[in-house]
Design a protein around this ligand. Structure first.
Ligand SMILES: Nc1nc2c(ncn2[C@@H]2O[C@H](COP(=O)(O)OP(=O)(O)OP(=O)(O)O)[C@@H](O)[C@H]2O)c(=O)[nH]1
Ligand SMILES: [Mg+2]
Length: 328
């Protein structure tokens, strides 16, 4: 073989080697590029995983806090439950349904047909119809004015007992004043006229100066003085005169009240005089009507205010007294 041929063989071998190397290099570059892209992909994946982890950690923190709150709530509920169970145990050891009644007596006096029963029933039930009232011999109306529930101890009921003597039996009412263990309130009812049933059954009242005079005479000073004796004054918290049937007079409420007070001035003067002499704390004079409802709620609100001890009010009574005082 000539040297030229040898050279050409070497040269072609070299070219083949270079081509091989080039191809090898190309493959290596491609492999490197592929690795680089997969690395970038992995880095992205890892960043997203890190985000997910921190998100999950944040949620875990929130859950942990909610769990702490829930556990605290559970501890509170359990402690309240324990407390209730202890109270139930204490209540079980006490006599069941124990109820204490505090009774406050109010005695009403007044001549026949002046409206004692109508007034009392109007208080017990404002929807009561006056035409249904019948003459009375003696009736005792009870009204629970307040009911107090204590956590421990009995339920205390405060009951007003209104002792309504018919006008025909007024002397018995006076006897009772001296025989009852305690009289907490005294109600004298007088009126301004005679009543007759109207065509629709509603009582129609006709102003009568004679009837006023008759009633002033029915309560002479000597008789009233007995009501202001030391024993009665010591427990009687209010002495109230209610001038009923204000619907017998005409004018606005202020004018009607002024007229009624003037008509009954002799009786009012005796009461004021006896109050001063006996040291009786409260005398109240009200003008009103069991028919129209004028001052009827105020009459009994006054008894409650004077007779019921301040710590004996339940929430319903407080609300009622507030309503009456706002309306007045
Ligand atoms: N128009 C009017 N009638 C009234 C009023 N109050 C009572 N009456 C009527 O007067 C009459 C007598 O009422 P009562 O409540 O029975 O009188 P009382 O004082 O209890 O009578 P006795 O039980 O007999 O002593 C009834 O017809 C009542 O409807 C009032 O304010 N106005
Ligand atoms: Mg009556």
């Amino acid at each position: 073989m000539s040297s030229i041929t040898t050279l050409s063989v070497v040269s072609s071998m070299l070219s083949a080697a270079v081509v091989g190397l080039g191809l090898q290099l190309l493959r290596t570059v491609r492999a490197y590029q592929s690795m680089e892209s997969s690395l970038q992909h992995k880095q992205l994946e890892s960043a997203s995983t890190r985000n997910q982890v921190s998100d999950a950690e944040r949620r875990l923190g929130e859950l942990q806090r909610s769990l702490d709150v829930a556990q605290e709530e559970r501890r509170k509920v359990e402690s309240e439950q324990q407390q209730l169970l202890r109270q139930i145990e204490t209540l079980k050891q006490q006599p069941r349904n124990e109820m204490v009644r505090r009774v406050y007596n109010i005695v009403t006096v007044g001549v026949s047909q002046c409206g004692k029963t109508a007034l009392t029933l109007k208080w017990a039930n404002p929807l009561f119809r006056l035409r249904d009232v019948m003459p009375t011999q003696f009736v005792k109306y009870e009204r629970t004015v307040s009911r107090q529930f204590a956590k421990v101890g009995p339920i205390v009921e405060h009951v007003f007992e209104i002792r309504d003597w018919g006008g025909e039996h007024m002397s018995n009412a006076f006897i009772e004043l001296f025989t009852l263990e305690s009289v907490n309130g005294m109600l004298i009812v007088v009126d301004l006229g005679t009543t007759e049933g109207g065509p629709d059954g509603r009582p129609v009242v006709c102003f009568s100066p004679e009837r006023v005079k008759q009633q002033i005479e029915a309560f002479p000073e000597a008789t009233l003085r007995l009501c202001f004796n030391e024993r009665i004054v010591s427990h009687c918290k209010t002495f109230t005169l209610f001038i009923n049937k204000s619907d017998a007079l005409s004018g606005d409420l202020a004018q009607i009240e002024a007229q009624a007070l003037e008509l009954y001035a002799p009786l009012i003067n005796i009461l004021r005089k006896l109050q001063r002499e006996s040291g009786m704390v409260d005398i109240e004079i009200l003008v009103g009507s069991a028919s129209s409802g004028h001052n009827t709620q105020n009459l009994f609100a006054h008894f409650i205010e004077k007779i019921l001890p301040p710590d004996a009010y339940d929430p319903t009574l407080l609300q009622m007294m507030h309503t009456v005082s706002v309306a007045a």
